[in-house]
Design a protein around this ligand. Sequence first.
Ligand code: GLY
Length: 654
Amino acid sequence: MTGLAQIRSTFLDFFRKQGHEVVASSPLVPRNDPTLMFANSGMVQFKNVFTGAEKRPYKRATTAQKCVRAGGKHNDLDNVGYTARHHTFFEMLGYFSFGDYFKPAAIEWAWTLVTKEYGLPKDRLTVTVFSEDDDAFGLWKKIAGLPESRIIRIPTSDNFWAMGDTGPCGPCSEIFFDHGDKIPGGPPGSADADGDRFIEIWNLVFMQFEQVTKEERIALPKPSIDTGMGLERISAVLQGTHDNYETDLFRSLIAAIVEETSVPAEGKYKASNRVIADHLRASAFLIADGVLPSNEGRGYVVRRIMRRAMRHAELLGVKEPLMWKLVPALVREMGGAYPELSRAEALIEETLKLEETRFRKTLERGLRILDEESGALGQGDVFSGETAFKLYDTYGFPLDLTQDALKPRGIAVDTDTFGRAMAKQREDARQAWKGSGEARTDTIWFDIRERIGATEFLGYDTEKAEGVITTMVADGKEVSELKQGAKGTLVLNQTPFYGESGGQTGDHGVVRTAGSALFRVTDTQKRLGDLIIHQGVVEKGAFKQGDAVELDVDHARRSGNRQHHSATHLLHEALRETLGSHVAQKGSLVEPDRLRFDFSHNKAMSAEEIGAVEARAAGHAGNPAQRADACPGDVDRGGEALGRRDALRREIWR
Ligand code: GLY
């Protein structure tokens, strides 16, 4: 067995031959699950298929799924770089049955793939089952012919898989590879199971339940199968190493880093090279899926990942932005399997370069402070939470970056004091806002924004998504319920609805619950820059805080808006070409069925000039370079570089 790419295609081909549809990876930002920050396993895109809420034209599927575990339930950021198998980004290979076959076929195919297609020797394999699962125990014995000593019953949550606090879940069975007694560690369930000798390569979940709330678990309509095999792990095993960073893909990425830095990848530089290689993948794939660095939510996770890598670049002695130079190597390795990565190459480079250029300015000063303040500390000491907060506040050092910098010296950070300083800063900002004499309703938005953070906008590439109602406002007050007939405003954690800005009116549409309550959105607005609020009326049923809802944008209206928004750019260009470059936009109004464009010119236009402008604008409309839903100048995005990134982002999603 050779490279990662071949290991991936062997898997997908094998399950295609067993009647599975080969389905593309879903984006890293789950649109069908508002409770999850990132796709963290292959089953996420099929969540509603397992529960029966969504129908697909197939009952068997196989995927290579992009996953990120950095934030939320499965968070691996702190360990990455220092261990052999932790990643922020990884690929999960899986096959799935939606109420079709169950345990016998699932076990048989897993065994055939591992022993025949991948050719792993049977005597190096051990499996686990959930302690009460006699069925699975019997099947492993019969199908794989494994002795009972190598079918280990595990009573803990290790053998019960759940995607998150809610969602489909079930008991599972795991396949382990034994690297042999030269590596320390014991079999699963034993006291030294944490060693590197026995490595889990595949998890077969017998999907039987849905966790509806923390307390309530119900049976799925039909038992199903969900499996997850980390591509990086299986590749390490098949390439004769127990270390994922020794596989062909990581070797190539690390070679690209060494080429740029001329610093060896071993010894004291080993972890930094690994951190950069891993974080490059996570950052690039997240950017390609529309997550740009910011100070909130998903954007903050990508910023933390990027800044952690940038500090490690600094440790390698690099003085210029490094990450963006590595993007071509990554695209060479992974662009074939994930074309979205190639399409977004320019956007990824630009975003990394911008972030690294900005961060570099403060990185050195911040690191100097960190060194000075920790100079007298040693193993087991605690670093001041106030200084950690100052590093965060003044120098943009995320807390985990400070922790990461001190970890090799065995120094912890006083996170309690850090947390208190953070809370005090929020309170001061709130008081300052209140003192500034803004209207009472604006204070409400400020409080809400402070408490629940920005709304994640998903609408560049979708007009439908799921979200959770974080709060509701009616008559200037927050309310926990909106009943039939009530007018009010919904705030959600994420939304495909575009909030009015830059002269473009907000989206209209509907919000529904599974219980068929319906809220008609008659306007979408933005508050404080990034809080998106949906105004409208409850036409049916009732809405409560915490409800999971489906959001559906009025498509015809949005496309009318888009076209007129584009037309303002075309018109502007045509006016400048006809009347002269002094023509400046003074304002514009964009609605689904009309636009208004205000501009400055020193006299009334003649009929000829009007005709010429019309002809030019129509001509530009056919020219993609001038098609301006890519609009660097948009007022609400601010800043040239941001505008360009936004333009690139829209370009790749067109
Ligand atoms: N969904 C199975 C796993 O992630 O292991």
